[in-house]
Design a protein around this ligand. Structure first.
Ligand code: URP
Ligand code: ZN
Ligand code: ZN
Length: 463
């Protein structure tokens, strides 16, 4: 298959220019002016942007969690990704008790087998940190191509600080990156006890139980472990102004603390928990939504370079049947998480670029180029000769009203219902093959089930 894209504006993380682009097979072969080689498909991209496909490095596909499982599997989740312009997904791979880390990678790869429609990789999550598991880090990085490792400072499967230190030391040796869910579990447990005694158990109190200070303290502590070991961490789903301040403080001192935030922490706030009835449960995620002040601080963090990546934390549970399964009378039993993989690019463009909060180039950086660099995806993340032809032809003026019925995620709601966005993909390509296109009203999936492949990533090379 070959593809010639003519007359578009190619956008990089540092600039934009008008050029034609020729794709042969999986790769971008030529970029230039007035290209006229014969191609199987010729696309007129005049007035459109040619973007690198977005990379979502924070998803929980098919993940067993809180008595149920995240509803998108590798098929529905990557179809939704494709329809939103996400052409690479790096999914969390939660090690089970007694399981080896390498077996966990093989297990989750087998769940994806024959199902993915865009490329994917895995971050092993260390949940049972036996010494022999920590010793598997080397093989996971060098042989399996999974150089990033998630740890949780909360939930039943959290690790202690001693484990964090050992993991930081081991990953440092081989170019690994530790990703941290940073919240102080003792603050949360204390708040839960108080709220339980007071009978405050509606979804609103989920946010009250996890105050900003819980994130602030955990980010600060994790940063100290990095200082001690000389290693590096990446804070996932950073949500608060206070947490960001701790990231910035460490970075200003030359400590390698990186951070990711998500559209929900940029665009939604804690008022959502006050929606009528049980509606607040739609936003029960950890960390919780914060205030507008934190929303604004995180946009500033993106512009200052203290937040390098925007991801989704896609972890969908139906509002009817899952969110209310055990949690109707107790926020602590509501499965934590929300859908977002399909709305990442449209929201960041519309709320970020179109509203003047970030530049188009910054958007490309935090969704593609910087993300590829952070996670060792050497063939992804930029519109450049030799890279995989993971491309989005994007119409910056196309309007779309986000509504669950026009999305492809396997869940019965979106936290962004009714929001009008400006800018939508016209067509999305994964390694040169069209996987999604705009049909005049919404995105259609037009790809091939099972064409997505597992990508071995490179060790961390600095950021
Ligand atoms: O609420 C969330 N974020 N659910 C998914 C698991 C996690 O903590 O990332
Ligand atoms: Zn988390
Ligand atoms: Zn998550």
């Amino acid at each position: 298959m070959s593809l010639l894209i003519k007359g578009g504006t190619i956008v990089t993380s540092t600039g934009r220019y008008n050029a034609d682009l020729f794709v042969d097979g999986d790769k971008i072969k030529t970029i230039g002016t007035d290209l006229d080689m014969p191609a199987d498909e010729v696309v007129d991209a005049k007035g459109k942007f040619v973007l690198p496909g977005a990379i979502d490095p924070h998803t929980h596909l098919a993940m067993p969690f809180m008595g149920t499982h995240a509803q998108d599997d590798y098929q529905t989740g990557t179809i939704a990704a494709a329809c939103g312009g996400v052409t690479t997904v790096v999914d969390f791979d939660l090690q089970q008790k007694g399981e080896s880390l390498l077996d966990a990678i093989e297990r989750k790869k087998s769940w994806a087998d024959g199902k993915t429609v865009v490329d994917f990789s895995l971050h092993p999550a260390v949940m049972d940190p036996r010494p022999e598991v920590i010793a598997e880090v080397k093989k996971a990085i060098l042989d399996y191509g999974t150089p990033s490792f998630k740890i949780f400072m909360v939930y039943d499967f959290r690790v202690d600080d001693a484990t964090m230190i050992k993991l930081l030391e081991e990953t440092k040796k081989y170019g690994g990156l530790v990703q941290v869910h940073a919240e102080n579990v003792y603050i949360i447990q204390h708040m839960n006890e108080i709220l339980e005694k007071e009978g405050k158990l509606t979804p609103y109190y989920h946010a009250v139980s996890r105050p900003n200070i819980a994130e602030e303290e955990a980010v600060s502590r994790a940063a100290k472990m990095v200082e001690l070991t000389g290693s590096r961490i990446y804070i996932v789903h950073l949500s608060s102004k206070e947490g960001l301040f701790k990231v910035k403080e460490a970075r200003d001192r030359g400590i390698d603390v990186f951070a990711e935030t998500c559209p929900q922490y940029l665009l939604l706030d804690e008022e959502r928990y006050k929606e009528s009835g049980f509606n607040g449960a739609k936003y029960v995620m950890s960390p919780p939504l914060r205030t507008k002040e934190s929303n604004d601080a995180l946009w500033t963090g993106i512009n200052s370079g203290d937040v390098q990546v925007v991801a989704t934390d896609h972890c969908p549970f139906d509002f009817n049947g899952k969110k209310d399964m055990f949690g109707k009378d107790d926020y602590k039993k509501i499965p934590n998480g929300a859908p977002g993989i399909e709305t990442l690019l449209m929201l960041l463009h519309s709320e970020g670029v179109a509203k003047g909060r970030i530049t188009l180039e910054k958007m490309v950086d935090v969704l593609s180029t910087g993300t590829a660099r952070m996670f060792g995806l050497k063939d992804k993340g930029a519109v450049e000769v030799g890279k995989d032809a993971d491309l989005v032809i994007f119409d910056p003026n196309q309007k779309f009203t986000i509504t669950q019925s026009k999305l492809h995620m396997n869940v019965d709601y979106t936290p962004f219902e009714g929001r009008e966005v400006t800018g939508m993909p016209v067509a999305v390509y994964s390694r040169g093959k069209k996987v999604a296109e705009w049909n005049g009203t919404q995105m259609d999936f037009v790809g091939e089930i099972g064409r997505g492949k597992f990508i071995k990533r490179e060790p961390f090379e600095g950021f």
